[in-house]
Design a protein around this ligand. Structure first.
Ligand code: IMP
Length: 199
């Protein structure tokens, strides 16, 4: 049985990525939890040495919970391309370089895919809810789709403009934020967290 977060609790959002923060805040907001970001508390951004999303989410959430003395929620996520054997995957953020320029990251994906006919791709999100005593719960969500080129649309963040989710013709850069909020990898991970850990 998972540990639950009491209604009215304060929760640290252990992310420094503005796009992710926006989406996680919107997911949590309707559930009676007040949130504060790790950045607003001056918490450092930990290294992400784990080989998988769940491991990195756990590291980020536990670091923020222990440092703040509050429960903390972290997302570790990434863009996985079938023709690249799942890359960029856990190092999706790093492909954008020190300037965090996702145009550069998307160009690298396109370049490395070359003439590959398999355009399948997916996003993964691992959400970890952790407490200062070291307890942690992790949930994972995935959304499948296709890589397109050139990138399209100004909504969302990261690799959104080159990803068309299955069943759609527009990219996550073109679809409404409400649509992404209801269907994304992060929304799917959050739905499990909601069922198990929130009142
Ligand atoms: P990290 O979890 O901080 O290591 O970073 C995950 C990276 O994966 C982000 O910087 C984005 O590049 C990418 N990513 C994760 N979720 C999404 C999404 O919903 N849309 C687009 N890119 C995403």
């Amino acid at each position: 049985m998972a540990r639950r977060l009491a209604r009215g609790a304060r929760l640290v959002l252990a992310s420094h990525n503005p796009g992710k923060l926006r989406e996680i805040e919107a997911l949590v907001a309707p559930h009676g939890v007040s949130v504060i970001s790790a950045g607003a508390l001056g918490l450092p951004e930990p290294e992400e040495p784990a080989p998988d999303f769940a491991g990195n989410a756990r590291i980020k959430a536990l670091a923020a919970a222990v440092a703040s003395g509050l429960p903390a929620l972290a997302d570790d996520s990434g863009f996985c391309v079938a023709a690249l054997n799942g890359a960029p995957g856990v190092v999706s953020a790093r492909w954008a370089g020190p300037g965090k320029d996702f145009r550069v990251a998307m160009e690298r994906v396109q370049r490395e895919m070359g003439a590959a006919t398999d355009r399948a791709a997916w996003f993964v999100s691992a959400l970890c809810l952790a407490w200062p005593d070291g307890h942690a719960e992790v949930f994972e969500g995935r959304v499948d789709g296709t890589c397109v080129w050139p990138p399209r649309g100004g909504q969302g963040f990261g690799y959104d403009p080159m990803f068309v989710p299955d069943g759609e013709t527009q990219t996550y850069g073109e679809l409404s934020p409400a649509f992404k909020q209801a269907t994304s990898h992060r929304a799917r991970a959050f739905a499990q967290l909601l069922a198990e850990c929130l009142d």
